[in-house]
Design a protein around this ligand. Structure first.
Ligand code: GLU
Length: 552
């Protein structure tokens, strides 16, 4: 068979050769340690936790080695495509500050980075294989393929298009020509040089040593519409784009024999492969992949709506990526993601277990490490989107808000009551007079947990005799103690415990009482700090509100 003739017959419009592309896309000038990798989603319009995880892992490894990460859009499967599918992905990734050095919508010297714009390149590589006698057209219809399968089943033989079953291999040039003249549809298949009885060993960066039989299937490399399959596009793209590390979901692990064979066919060195496990979830005793359909926490919008900061989500993803990350993060309160050295050895080979509670805890730690100003800025942005009224209040009272957020922040064990921006309103609203004083006292105190109704004189006495905004904490506390003692309460917990019958309670009881009368809450950050943030007039009005409630 004259393979040159066949190649021209099948792909007449392809005039370049692979050397042309080798020269067009020269090797990258990087040292051995620098990783070149990519994130290669289909244009589905949005990302979800699983794809964000993939993108995070790829970009982290590249950043660690000062390497390159690019964004490639894999749109060879038209069925998975949606309108504006690329923009949605790019926007989501931007929100998460996953930055690419090159790629779709960014550009770069190794582009185009959208597979549908690379048809000519793929076909050039396919034409090369046909010329070499390593690929051929297959005119088998669905029905014929089905018949092959049935015969294999009947004979109890392994399924697939291989060996004697690969009938397209034996077509003569004349037969091919005649099929083409009749306008018959065809695909291009690889003439596999593999032998199923031989085994290959693959060293995966995550899964370790894996053994497979050689691939002997004549896989389709170009579909009927002239578009390559994923396998073939992967070879061409990752070769020409200089990918050193293919980091991808482990659903591709079983394709490794095909991919290694494709690289071999072109006498190219394959990239290194790191097959990462999917994010899984405990579901009634068993584990399953986190599902876009079933699990709301799989959607990126879930975190956006709650106001869980993107950085906190990424920190959580880092704990899923490397088993030693969490300890490092806890031990290094002044360090961030970019300071951590991610390694493939510390990747979980069997499935990263998603735990929303843990993510929320990490977010609390993250918030506790921010400055009050940073929390304020994030909160303002969040409430401008989700609660304009509250946004206006904190905007008008910027300093007051930051002061509130700063309570118990710059101490050894900072407060951890905020896990998301949506929590903030609930945690601080009562310190804004315009919200608090406007509320009906019946609503405010409906869960009246301060059982000291008769002690309202304590409130009057506190504000009239003891209150001084400038007191330091010790002086303030001594005063409350005195006030307590004057009313028959013990000055300390110990004193009270030693002699319970002689006291109505202790100084702590009085603090709880003041707290409740002031905020309608039994739990707030430090009372002294709260009193400092409210002016005398506000404190008075709040006490009056409480008394009004008790008197009605
Ligand atoms: N487009 C493939 C996917 O979404 C990418 C696999 C790869 O990274 O090579 O699964």
């Amino acid at each position: 068979m004259n393979h040159n003739l066949l190649a021209d017959l099948l792909l007449p419009e392809i005039t370049k050769d692979i050397e042309y592309y080798r020269e067009k896309y020269p090797s990258r000038n990087l040292d051995k340690k620098q990783i070149v990798t990519r994130f290669a989603p289909s244009p589905t319009g949005f990302i979800h936790m699983g794809s964000l995880y993939s993108a995070f892992v790829s970009s982290s490894f590249a950043a660690n080695t000062n390497g390159v990460v690019f964004l490639r859009i894999e749109d060879t499967d038209k069925k998975r495509e949606v309108e504006n599918g690329i923009e949605g992905i790019v926007d989501d990734l931007k929100k998460y500050s996953i930055n690419f050095d090159e790629g779709a919508t960014i550009g770069g010297e190794y582009g185009p980075y959208i597979q549908s714009e690379r048809k000519e390149i793929y076909q050039t590589f396919i034409k090369h294989l046909i010329r070499e006698g390593l690929a051929y057209p297959c005119f088998c219809s669905e029905e014929e393929l089905e018949n092959i399968r049935k015969s294999q089943e009947a004979n109890k033989e392994r399924l697939g298009y291989y060996g004697k079953w690969a009938i397209g291999r034996n077509l003569t040039l004349e037969e091919i020509q005649s099929n083409l003249e009749q306008g018959k549809k065809y695909t291009i298949r690889l003439k596999s040089p593999g032998d199923f009885n031989r085994r290959i060993t693959h060293m995966d960066l995550v899964k370790g040593k894996v053994e497979f039989p050689e691939n002997d299937l004549d896989i389709v490399i170009m579909k009927g519409d002239g578009i390559p399959t994923y396998h073939f596009a992967h070879l061409v793209d990752d070769y020409l784009m200089g990918t050193t590390h293919v980091i991808r979901g482990d659903e591709w692990l079983s394709s490794v024999p095909v991919h290694l064979q494709l690289f071999q066919t072109f006498k190219l060195e394959p990239p290194k492969y790191a097959h990462i496990s999917p994010i899984v979830k405990n579901d009634g005793g068993s584990r399953r992949k986190l599902s876009k359909r079933k699990d709301p926490e799989s959607a990126i919008s879930f975190y956006h709506q709650k106001g869980i900061p993107e950085e906190a989500v990424k920190i959580y993803l880092a704990t899923l990526t490397n088993t030693n990350f969490e300890e490092w993060y806890n031990q290094n309160p002044d360090k961030g993601l970019k300071d951590f050295n991610f390694t493939f050895e510390k990747m979980n080979a069997s499935g990263a277990l998603f735990d929303l509670d843990k993510l929320i805890n990490i977010s609390k730690t993250y918030f506790s490490r921010l400055s009050g100003e940073e929390v304020y800025a994030g909160a303002l942005k969040y409430y401008l989107e989700y609660d304009k009224e509250f946004a206006c209040i904190i905007e008008r009272n910027k300093e007051h808000t930051i002061n509130i957020l700063n309570i118990e922040r710059y101490i050894k064990k900072p407060r951890k009551d905020i896990s998301a921006y949506e929590d903030i309103k609930e945690e601080i609203w009562y310190l804004f007079d315009e919200l608090y004083l406007d509320k009906d006292e019946k609503d405010l105190f409906k869960n009246n947990e301060a059982d000291l109704e008769h002690e309202t004189s304590i409130l009057d006495e506190y504000i009239d005799k003891y209150y001084d905004k400038d007191d330091d904490k010790q002086t303030w506390f001594n005063k409350v103690k005195e006030l307590a003692q004057n009313h028959g309460y013990a000055g300390s917990m110990k004193e009270y415990r030693d002699n319970q019958d002689s006291f109505k309670g202790h100084v702590g009881t009085i603090c709880e009482y003041i707290r409740f009368a002031l905020t309608s809450k039994t739990k707030t950050p430090d009372l002294y700090e709260i009193l400092k943030l409210l002016d005398k007039d506000s404190i008075k009005k709040r006490f009056i509100k409480f008394k009004t409630f008790l008197n009605n």
